[in-house]
Ligand binder design. Structure first.
Ligand code: GLU
Length: 447
């Protein structure tokens, strides 16, 4: 069996981290099994779906590094849904209902008042031809429900273990609205069958849907896929993550400057008992992914964790991976620069600040108490090409000649040379600043 998974967002908004997690599980699982990852746009809601959102979803997936093998959209497949619908209807598995939303609501309330579960009573199946004709004459259009079998549907969920849905306790699901538009249930099933989806990996909010969907798949003669329903992700404060909660949209996270792999590394492990670790590339993440490690407790997402992980990802990033981006920023060639600065980065773009320390202009900071010391240091600066050894030779000499040590020895030099009290190791910066600029800055000149 070829493993085929699909990520099926609706292009009605920007993706958020919860969606990224669904996509990541589908992607990692498929790729770990040598299978295909498919992007399906659930765009049957024509009023709310837009091409811009679809493009934004693709851009987000590209950023995250989840390349899909195939993509299609539901709006291209209405004839397939129509055919499946006609087939089910001809076999009496789909039936027309004429209740208005108000009438359904009143029924529901009556049932609840009598202490009964608010399950649809299938009154529509009892309608006479005259009653149907009267509804139609009134201008009512029917909506349609799928007739559940009343049996228990059982499956072995990859995350939740054995699942049992008693369809007798469910309302027959509405699959088509009175205006002819589709609810998600039937199109999704038709697509999963036609695309040979082997594993449906999605959030646990779909568990009940799965009961009805398994019956529809079977009714359509499809092969029931393996299901995996993972627990939902909550915000760090326990609140819901919503698509409309802009601060956690993937685009915002991308624009904040973090590495995609920081986010991927985090969300691959949230909700598992395994520790979150910085992982440099998708290939490694794929190898380490095991869906059965996912637990049933909700996963809590804290944006701060991404920031923390980002620093660790940068500290571990090999020069070869950073090189093209460093070149684009005009950083000096060679691993020495990267090895010298990466430990100080929170975001890759911080390289720009470090380059400004090197290239200048820097306004040297020389405290009144340190004027003489800095003048002594200028005289003692090793002549000519500065190397990685220059800093230790220089400061060792100064330590002996001035008796200064620790912060009093190093900080005035750092502040004169960079204008700042913090930054990468001076041993790495000094050769990059170079002799001429170092002299000028030790003389207190901007440059
Ligand atoms: N469009 C559906 C959603 O976003 C897809 C669910 C599924 O994976 O089947 O909820």
């Amino acid at each position: 069996m070829t493993v085929r998974t699909r990520f099926a967002p609706s292009p009605t908004g920007m993706l958020h981290v919860g969606n990224a997690r669904a996509a990541l599980f589908c992607f990692l699982f498929a790729k770990g099994q040598g299978g295909d990852f498919i992007l399906r746009m659930d765009d049957t809601d024509k009023a709310r779906s837009t091409e811009e959102f679809a493009e934004a979803i693709k851009a987000d997936l590209a950023w995250l590094g989840m390349d899909y093998d195939e993509t299609f959209k539901q709006s291209d497949r209405f004839d397939k849904y129509e055919a499946a619908f006609d087939d089910l209807k001809a076999r009496g598995l789909v039936y027309a209902c004429y209740e208005t939303p108000d009438e359904l609501e009143r029924k529901r309330k009556r049932q609840l008042a009598r202490g009964k579960p608010p399950v649809y009573d299938r009154a529509a199946l009892e309608l006479t031809d005259e009653q149907i004709a009267a509804h139609e004459a009134e201008g009512r259009n029917p909506h349609y429900r799928f007739k559940l079998s009343g049996n228990a549907i059982v499956w072995n969920d990859m995350v939740r273990g054995e699942q049992k849905i008693e369809t007798a306790s469910l309302s027959d699901p509405v699959i088509r609205r009175a205006d002819g538009t589709w609810l998600y249930t039937l199109p999704s099933v038709v697509d999963d069958i036609d695309a040979n989806i082997s594993h449906v990996i999605r959030g646990e909010d779909h568990v009940t849907n799965s009961g009805a969907q398994i019956e529809i798949i079977e009714a359509l003669g499809g092969k029931v896929p393996v299901f995996a329903h993972f627990s939902l992700m909550l915000a760090a404060d326990g609140g819901a993550l919503s698509k409309r909660f802009g601060s956690l949209s993937l685009r915002d996270i991308r624009e904040s400057g973090v590495e995609a792999m920081s986010l991927n590394s985090l969300i691959a492990r949230l909700g598992t008992a395994d520790p979150v670790e910085p992982v440099q590339d998708m290939a490694t993440l794929i190898k380490g992914f095991d869906m059965t490690r996912l637990g049933r407790a909700p996963a809590r997402f804290d944006a701060e964790d991404v920031t923390r992980l980002n620093a660790r990802i940068l500290h571990d990033m090999p020069y070869e991976a950073a090189a093209p981006r460093l070149a684009a920023m005009g950083a000096p060639e060679g691993a020495a620069f990267w090895d010298g600065v990466k430990g100080n980065l929170k975001l890759f773009d911080d390289v720009g600040d470090i380059l400004r320390l090197i290239e200048g202009p820097v306004s040297p900071v020389i405290e009144a108490d340190d004027v003489d010391y800095v003048a002594t240091a200028l005289d003692a600066l090793p002549q000519g090409d500065l190397t990685e050894q220059s800093w230790s030779e220089w400061t060792q000499n100064l330590k002996e000649s001035t008796g200064r040590k620790g912060r009093a020895l190093f900080m005035p030099l750092r502040q004169a040379l960079t204008g700042q009290a913090h930054g990468p190791e001076m041993q790495h910066l000094l050769p990059l600043i170079g002799y001429d600029k170092a002299v000028a800055r030790l003389q207190g000149k901007e440059g």
